[in-house]
Design a binder for this molecule. Structure first.
Ligand code: NCD
Length: 325
């Protein structure tokens, strides 16, 4: 099968006027659909183990990760390789790198080597934007602090779309530690842009103060929050971002907010269970529920992550416009 080529792009493709992918905020529904459509085309190719395309031949993708990652880093690497690109992985111990100058210095050093795409994960919100303003290549945000994680929201959307046909009109419950979650923030922007209703289900201490303004229908109890939803999206308790007391105890948290079969009964019978990983089994999700092959799409999310990252690399290197966002 031949590689998708810029010439086969339809009219919408030309309108992806962004040099970088720093967040979902600011993307339009047609731009999101464009990325999802391109990604969809890669899913079967990956399943059939079709040979890598040559779309990114001679192009260099650098993974610059200041925070730990399993799924995101490996799937960006696989995505770049499946498109025939060269990949360099750089992991930086966050604690040994000072903010500000050092971050920019690192990027400028890499920039001097003529990269095409810089994939950045950083513990500080806004770090990828800071780099995007300095380097000549495209920058993809692979998660910045508790700000955004756009490729995760895109792969979540693709997973939902492949099961439900469309995002429009669905009700999605995002549950747990929304306050610290960049995954939640990106998903809230995406789902709102695509016409879904988004509920945030969490104790008041784990919700951002501007939850409603972000586009969330707030629920403090799973009993009301999960009622008749199409999608249950669970989040990890991000203890590493918590300073102080946010919960009485992990056991209490599971009792009130952990997803088990009892609480799942409130959702629609065909509701999908999602989690971006890594999971804390027995904290935000019961182990059996997580592994339920009839309801849980958690591993499919991981699988589709490769296709989504291929689409993002493709669109940013081949089709992106001169815009700055
Ligand atoms: C998430 C992240 O790093 O933001 N993981 C991921 O990329 N799949 C979620 C998390 O760490 O809980």
């Amino acid at each position: 099968m031949s590689s998708p080529h810029p010439h086969d792009l339809d009219a919408r493709a030309a309108s992806f006027a962004h040099r970088h992918l720093l967040g979902i905020e600011g993307l339009t529904a047609p731009e999101i659909n464009l990325l999802l459509d391109r990604a969809d085309g890669y899913v079967e190719r990956n399943r059939n183990r079709e040979p890598a395309s040559e779309l990114l031949k001679g192009r260099v993708v650098v993974n610059l990760f200041f925070e730990n990652s399993t799924r995101t880093r490996t799937s960006f690497e696989l995505a770049a390789r499946r498109l025939g690109g060269d990949v360099i992985n750089m992991s930086v111990d966050g604690s040994s790198v000072k903010k500000g100058e050092t971050l920019i210095d690192t990027a400028m050093t890499l920039n001097a080597m003529h990269l095409d795409v810089l994939v950045v994960r950083h513990q500080e919100s806004g770090a990828p934007k800071l780099l995007a303003d300095k380097v000549n290549c495209a920058v993809i945000n692979a998660g910045d602090g508790s700000h955004e994680h756009p490729t995760q929201a895109l792969l979540d959307a693709l997973t939902i779309r492949r099961h439900k046909g469309s995002l429009k009109g669905l009700t999605v419950a995002i549950c747990g530690d929304i306050l610290h979650s960049r995954v939640a923030r990106s998903n809230i922007h995406l789902l709102n842009a695509m016409g879904a209703t988004v509920r945030g289900v969490a104790p008041p201490t784990l919700l951002p103060s501007a939850a409603e303004r972000l586009g969330l229908e707030v629920h403090h109890r799973m009993e009301t929050g999960l009622k008749d939803v199409d999608i249950v999206m669970m989040l990890r308790l991000q203890q590493e971002r918590m300073q102080g007391q946010y919960l009485p105890s992990v056991r209490e948290f599971f009792r009130f907010y952990g997803l088990d079969y009892e609480k799942l009964k409130l959702a629609r019978p065909d509701a999908l269970i999602m989690h971006p990983g890594p999971m804390n089994r027995g904290v935000e999700i019961d182990s059996q529920v997580a592994d339920d092959i009839h309801r849980s799409v958690i591993l499919e999310q991981v699988e589709l992550g490769v296709a989504v990252r291929m689409a993002c690399l493709e669109v940013l290197t081949m089709w992106s416009g001169p815009g700055n966002g």
